[in-house]
Design a protein around this ligand. Structure first.
Ligand code: AMP
Ligand code: ZN
Length: 118
């Protein structure tokens, strides 16, 4: 299932470039084009899910995979270890949540302060 004109679906399909961090059959992780922090990548389900608001029980496995993989990818990408280091995870959802790209994505941000934003 793919969203028409969805930029993240186009990245999944290889129609738009991305600096990939991780990929398997279900998920893709790639660097944010406009990073807030020294480490800033996005983790997405490959299937087009518009936002967290559409999640149901059928998404438990893919969302569980994203959340449990985030810490090791964060370390690989240069986040310092917990607790001195760590990282921030953010999922903007809907207009009030300031979501800009309507394909569910989990921001993972980290690295030494100060950050550009956040
Ligand atoms: P959000 O406000 O949570 O929807 O954030 C969308 C994020 O996607 C922003 O941080 C953008 O910098 C990022 N973004 C938009 N287009 C691309 C792209 N082509 N490749 C990588 N990141 C992107
Ligand atoms: Zn999409």
């Amino acid at each position: 299932m793919s969203g028409e004109n969805c930029i993240f679906c186009k990245i999944v399909a290889g129609q738009l470039p991305a600096k990939k961090v991780y990929e398997d059959d279900d998920i893709l992780a790639f660097h944010d084009i406009n990073p807030w922090a020294p480490v800033h990548f996005l983790m997405i389900p490959k299937a087009h899910i518009p936002s967290m608001a559409q999640l149901d029980e059928s998404h438990q496995a893919v969302m569980g995979k994203i959340m449990t993989l985030a810490p090791s990818l964060a370390l690989e990408q240069g986040c310092r270890p917990y607790p001195e280091g760590g990282f921030r995870v953010m999922v903007n959802t809907g207009e009030d949540g300031r979501q800009e790209v309507p394909h569910l994505h989990v921001h993972v941000m980290g690295g030494p302060r100060p950050w550009a934003k956040g």
